[in-house]
Design a binder for this molecule. Structure first.
Ligand code: DQA
Length: 148
């Protein structure tokens, strides 16, 4: 099956962006380690980062036709603002896990709300780059489980 990893705005700066909050791993590091793990489990893997809301909406819409069976998404700042990305995920009706490096609940009040959490299979946050790894493991367990 195919797994799609989506990253929202400013995550292209990982490694140098507020390292005390987001850690030193770069986006390429994270993508490479998830790709390796997903492929070792026998799945196809694709990742995309965009600073543009419509690019993420278009990619999610395309996932309906391209054989994607599971989405991991760190919507970044769009977590707290984007009805459009939420609606795209609802429209394609693919299972997804919401991922954050930081724990938004420990941070400013405007980060305490998410347009995604109530639609997500689950949410992993607060573990730095490991959040992605834990989310991938959860997705792989779901993808391996027999349907029904
Ligand atoms: C983030 C948390 C968001 O509040 C923030 O806007 C981000 C990154 C995280 O991974 O911790 O850009 O999604």
């Amino acid at each position: 099956a195919k797994l799609l990893l989506l990253h929202g705005p400013n995550l292209n700066l990982l490694g140098t962006r507020e390292p005390e909050v987001y850690g030193r791993a770069t986006l390429d590091d994270i993508d490479a380690s998830l790709r390796e793990r997903a492929q070792a489990a026998g799945h196809a893997f694709e990742s995309l980062q965009s600073n543009a809301e419509h690019v993420l909406v278009d990619r999610i819409q395309a996932a309906r036709q391209d054989g994607t069976s599971f989405i991991l998404i760190n919507p970044a700042a769009f977590t707290h603002t984007s009805v459009a990305i939420r609606d795209a995920l609802a429209a394609v009706a693919l299972p997804f896990i919401e991922v954050h490096l930081s724990n938004p609940h420990r941070r400013e009040p405007f980060r305490h709300t998410s347009y995604f959490s109530d639609l997500a299979v689950g949410v992993v946050c607060g573990f730095g780059a490991d959040s992605y790894r834990y989310a991938l493991d959860a997705a792989l367990a779901r993808m391996a489980a027999p349907a029904g």
